[in-house]
Design a protein around this ligand. Structure first.
Ligand code: AGP
Length: 608
């Protein structure tokens, strides 16, 4: 997720400082590099570099760019490390066209090859850079800038919000969106486009929304919206934004955590967009390894547990998940130069995980990683890495990073399973198809189940403890539900494999003790019904996350949250965790805590 801002100001005005302030309001969307471009007469000037906004400003003075028209970008790297060459804006061969982009262009490699064959030279490893060169190519065929831009965007596959400015039409900004957000601001004879309202709220509260598959032309005469597919003009009423700047950053959500829970459908789609080549590289190294360890902490460790079970079940790979801070005691003695360590870390800076990786690397192990921050220490320690593409996760409690990690790990297990033929191709395809259905399923939970979860949260308020139970692939889901609840509500929650609960935990059960079962209708269903009855017979209050239509568990439960579709078991954690995330969030709010900044915790634990 990156931050984009563009403006067309009055003749003689100075765009650069306006862009700089707007980028400051967008930094929460990404901050590993930043850049600005302005047009003065027919000259295009770019200033950009890796590093945070104020660092780059101190180095280059971003306010000292001439001209009333310009575009800025604050980056969250997805393709290409956060270095100067990969920062936006990116330009064409003659530096006459500049583009910034938020999203992922899936077919950029084929377009890049085609343009290189025509003599275009590229300066970056980004997917974005194909855009200015493709526009340049279409312009050379005599097209207008608007037509060349529209034709270019129509060739792109993936998710994008793209903003272009050019010395060919110095008073104009062209922009387009598909899945990634882009909104337009209407000032007094001045016009803006941005990733979200926060960027231009101090300038105007009058906005126009750009819909999927639309482009807009901003110039001193105003804003024109067109359909990308046929250039048909679009009439759209302006709206007035009532948010304050802070809530605009949260896009109207009360906390970043809630916003990030609601971003999961998009984050999953982006997680599933990574090129197959990275999964093939991971697979080769894992299949050749003498041993495979998964190392991580906290929520990422829970994702690793899901990955470990999936690799065993469909790929026949024994990948043991080890809590990173225990790795040196528990597993390091077993590491050889043929061992693979798969590290999972949203931040890529968790010291316990980095220590485990460094220890393993010192013994010659191959380091693979699943991470969400390009340029992080873990990325630099890795032989190969897969970017989760979840966008910045600001809330301390990890949510969208968890589900995107699982999506990556399930796709990895499917890739290896297919190569090794451990399970039928049909079973693998069913898993992959189900994986691609999860964004819509998660969105449906977010659209329809929030009030049910709020009610459960109110009923759990005042409980001295809450227990989460699951079986098989949903033991990690129960562990994650427990972690979310305890780190946000400070209630000493408990989690167990449901079968293990009768070996001790059940002593805690008394009248009204809330026990939450993660209970999809899979191979574990019959046994988990038995566990529910054990708890119910002792007075527990039964809350069950179940598949819609599961009358047996519904009749045993005091409260249920129903998931509308039957899913292959391995995919269920992705979906069944969402009600648990919401439960933790709402219980935290009911207790008057700040879910974004829970006490004693940091977003990234960079100490041992
Ligand atoms: C999860 O909500 C916590 N923020 C914490 O357990 C976190 O998952 C853990 O510190 C690992 O962080 P990482 O993924 O950045 O390595």
């Amino acid at each position: 997720m990156c931050g984009i801002f563009g403006c067309v100001l009055h003749e003689g005005a100075h765009a650069a400082p306006i862009i700089h302030s707007a980028l400051k309001r967008l930094e929460y969307r990404g901050y590993d590099s930043v850049g600005e471009v302005t047009i003065d007469n027919d000259r295009l000037t770019v200033k950009k570099d890796s590093g945070r906004l104020e660092e780059v400003h101190a180095k280059y003075n971003l306010d000292d760019l001439p001209g009333p028209v310009g575009v800025g970008h604050t980056r969250w790297a997805t393709h290409g490390r956060p270095v100067y060459e990969n920062s936006h804006p990116l330009v064409d061969c003659k530096s006459r066209i500049a583009v910034v982009h938020n999203g992922i262009i899936e077919n950029y490699l084929e377009i890049k090859k085609e343009l290189e064959a025509k003599g275009h030279t590229f300066q970056s490893r980004t997917d974005t850079e194909v855009v200015p060169h493709l526009v340049e190519d279409y312009l050379s065929h005599g097209m207008s800038l608007e037509e060349a831009f529209r034709k270019t965007v129509n060739r792109l596959e993936g998710a994008y919000a793209i903003v272009l400015t050019s010395a060919e039409q110095p008073k104009t900004i062209l922009c387009a969106r598909q899945e990634s957000p882009l909104v337009l601001g209407l000032g007094d004879g001045e016009y803006y486009c941005a990733s979200d309202f926060a960027a231009f709220l101090p300038l105007t509260r009058k906005a126009v929304l750009l819909d999927e598959g639309e482009m807009a032309v901003l110039d001193p005469k105003g804003v024109k919206i067109l359909k990308l597919k046929n250039a048909a003009p679009v009439k759209r009423e302006a709206i007035t934004i009532t948010w304050d700047p802070e809530s605009a950053k949260k896009q109207g959500f009360r906390h970043f955590m809630l916003k990030e829970i609601h971003e999961q459908a998009q984050a999953l789609r982006d997680a599933l967009r990574t090129e197959q080549v990275y999964y093939d590289q991971f697979s080769r190294k894992i299949i050749e390894a003498d041993k495979v360890f998964i190392v991580a902490c906290g929520t990422s460790y829970h994702a690793g547990l899901v990955g470990s079970i999936a690799l065993a079940k469909i790929a026949g790979i024994n990948a043991r998940a080890v809590i990173a801070s225990e790795f040196s005691e528990e597993a390091l003695d077993l590491v050889t130069s043929k061992t693979v360590v798969l590290a999972i870390s949203q931040s890529g800076e968790t010291m316990d995980t980095l220590n485990a990786v460094r220890d393993a690397k010192a013994k010659g192990a191959t380091i693979l990683s699943v991470l969400n921050v390009l340029g992080s220490t873990l990325m630099r320690l890795s032989t190969v890495y897969i970017d989760q593409n979840a966008g910045p996760e600001i809330g301390v409690a990890s949510t969208k990073a968890f589900t995107s990690q699982i999506a990556v790990l399930l796709r990895l297990a499917a890739t290896i399973g297919r190569k090794k033929g451990e399970v039928s191709a049909k079973e693998i395809s069913e898993l992959e198809n189900a994986l691609h259905k999860t964004p819509a399923l998660i969105q449906s939970i977010l659209n329809t189940k929030v009030e049910d979860v709020k009610k459960i949260a109110e009923e759990c308020d005042g409980a001295s403890s809450v227990c989460f139970l699951g079986r098989g692939i949903n033991v990690p889901t129960a562990l994650e539900g427990r972690l979310k609840l305890l780190e946000l509500s400070y209630v000493p929650a408990i989690a167990y494999p449901a079968g293990e609960s009768k070996h001790g935990f059940i002593a805690l059960i008394e009248e009204g003790f809330p026990v939450i079962f993660v209970a999809p209708n899979d191979d574990t269903h019959k046994r988990i019904v038995g566990n529910i009855m054990e708890m119910k017979d002792r007075g527990a209050r039964i809350i069950s996350i179940i598949e819609e239509g599961d009358e047996e568990i519904r009749n045993l439960s005091d409260r249920v949250i129903e998931i509308s579709e039957s899913l292959p078991s391995l995919v269920t954690p992705l979906v069944y965790v969402v009600p648990l995330q919401l439960l933790a969030y709402y219980l935290s709010v009911i207790k008057g805590h700040d879910p974004d900044y829970p006490r004693n915790l940091a977003k990234s634990v960079t100490v041992e």
